[in-house]
Design a protein around this ligand. Structure first.
Ligand code: P53
Length: 476
């Protein structure tokens, strides 16, 4: 039976702000991640007005990858990584975001980091904006509610495309751009788009406006990137949580279609270069008057992505209710528990079949190469007295997902480029700011309060993943 391609990109994924630390080193500016405190499951992270004394900001030091990347990449190489997904912290390159000239120390850091990867034949896979835009752009410009952000982002993109055109081939523009479909909570609008809502403001059109500017900026970046190096592969990055109908009641099925429309129209624009009709009709019904120019619509057509990068952790479920005849989707109210699957300690529903479903969903719709750029199990790990971590539950989670991924490739014929599990080394959780929600194959000695030696050690899953890569998935 055929398996994965010979050049399948096995690797791991992280994001700059969740592991680098060094938040004030090398001329780095303050990012949106630097003003978020630590929360927990059910306790949202606080977004403070700047960096305040006496608060715990876990991203400031993170796991000190900024100083330890050589040691960490060596461990990735030992596992056999073919690629390593990380992001470039925008604030290392343009500390405030609106400068005309980049910060050389920041550029040099990523030169060194990419050289270290290439030394082991590990391909860097780079996200341009992963929840870490300059905080200055929030306070001075209102974040992505401001059209000026397009120019700032494109300048940043062109700068790094040009600088690393011989070192990086695989890129993504905006991490999980569709998280902000959940605009009722503060986290996603802030981390995606630097949006701080005003009291009583109608949040929804602001989100659509910000997302539109980002999609235009993404398209301009794709166009510029292809001109800088025609070999570049530039993708989008979508948070894929398929929304199932709770039952086969036709109304539940239509509610699921509506929910999928609200969460995944972003992919349509990235891939096809135009807005789906259902969304334009929705804007009209809601009376949203958005700044979308004819020139923008031309740009979207010119900057279609080369592949679809996506994260997959869980599936959702929804049902129709009598008080919602228009099937409007509100992520804080419309989701129900799926009785057929279990959930993690953080309430994330574990659904390996949903990964096969997601791969088929994307491939049926778009026929573009797919890249699973995040997947994994956030769990509490117990370090034994001999220093080992027996994370069999993580191995099981991944094995079950990889088996479904393999069926999608071998049986369903999906074109899959690679697989980079999230947090291949323990790092700061995006959603909660915790250290104890661990994803890694590599354990990092640090706790929620910031105590620990930062020492790295191999978990049981390290050896399992090493074997998986070595056999190109034959051992699954
Ligand atoms: P944490 C929500 C739903 C799906 C993925 O998340 C998400 C989120 C945001 O929390 O984020 C992605 O750390 C994101 C990573 C993040 C990872 O999933 O909350 O791209 O930055 O760390 C896992 O457990």
């Amino acid at each position: 039976m055929p398996g994965f391609k010979a050049d399948f990109l096995w690797g791991g994924a992280v994001a700059a702000h969740q592991l680098e630390g060094g938040w004030q080193e090398g001329g780095k500016g303050v990012s949106v991640a630097d003003v978020m405190t630590a929360g927990a499951h059910g306790i949202p992270r606080e977004i403070t007005d700047g960096v305040l004394p006496g608060k715990n900001y876990p991203n400031h030091d993170a796991i000190d990858f900024y100083h330890r990347y050589k040691e960490d990449i060596k461990l990735f190489a030992e596992m056999g990584f073919k690629c390593f997904r990380t992001s470039i912290a925008w604030t290392r390159i343009f500390p405030k975001g609106d400068e005309l000239e980049p910060n050389e120390a920041g550029l040099q850091f990523y030169d060194d980091l990419f050289d270290e990867c290439l030394k082991y034949n590990i391909e860097p896979v780079i996200t341009l904006s992963h929840f870490e835009m300059p905080y200055y752009l929030v306070t001075e410009y209102g974040g992505w509610r401001n059209r000026k952000l397009i120019d700032f982002f494109v300048r940043f993109a062109k700068t790094v495309f040009t600088r690393y055109k011989g070192k990086v081939k695989y890129w993504m523009t905006f991490n999980e751009i569709n998280n902000q479909a959940n605009y009722h909570e503060d986290f996603a609008p802030f981390t995606n788009s630097g949006l701080k809502y005003k009291e009583g403001e109608d949040r929804e059109p602001v989100m659509y406006q910000a997302a539109h500017y980002e999609l235009v900026a993404s398209a301009l970046a794709v166009e510029a990137g292809h001109a800088i190096n025609p070999d570049f592969q530039i993708g989008c990055m979508i948070a894929m949580c398929p929304v199932y109908p709770l039952t086969c009641n036709p109304d539940d099925m239509m509610m699921s279609v509506s929910a999928m429309h609200r969460r995944y129209w972003f992919t349509d624009v990235h891939v096809r270069g135009y807005y789906p009709r259902h969304l334009l009709n929705y804007f009209a019904r809601k009376g949203f008057n958005l700044d979308i120019t004819d020139e923008d619509l031309q740009i979207l057509k010119r900057g279609c992505v080369d592949y679809i990068g996506f994260s997959y952790y869980m599936s959702f479920a929804t049902k129709a209710t009598a008080d919602n005849p228009q099937l409007d989707y509100d992520e804080t109210k419309s989701l129900v528990k799926n009785p057929y699957v279990k959930a993690s300690d953080w309430g994330w529903q574990i659904d390996p079949v949903g990964l096969r479903y997601s791969l088929n969903y994307f491939y049926d719709l778009y026929q573009l190469p797919l890249f699973i750029v995040e997947n994994g199990f956030g769990a509490i790990d117990q370090k034994e007295s001999d220093g080992s971590v027996n994370d069999q539950y993580r191995i099981e989670y991944m094995q079950n997902h990889l088996r479904e991924m393999k069926k999608a490739v071998v049986e369903d014929g999906v074109d899959l480029m690679g697989y980079t599990p999230w947090g291949c080394i323990d790092l700061v959780s995006a959603g909660t700011g915790e250290m104890k929600k661990r994803y890694g194959f590599i354990y990092v000695d640090k706790d929620n309060e910031g105590n620990g030696t930062l020492e790295r050690s191999r978990k049981k899953s390290f050896w399992w993943y090493q074997q998986t890569i070595k056999s190109n998935g034959e051992n699954l």
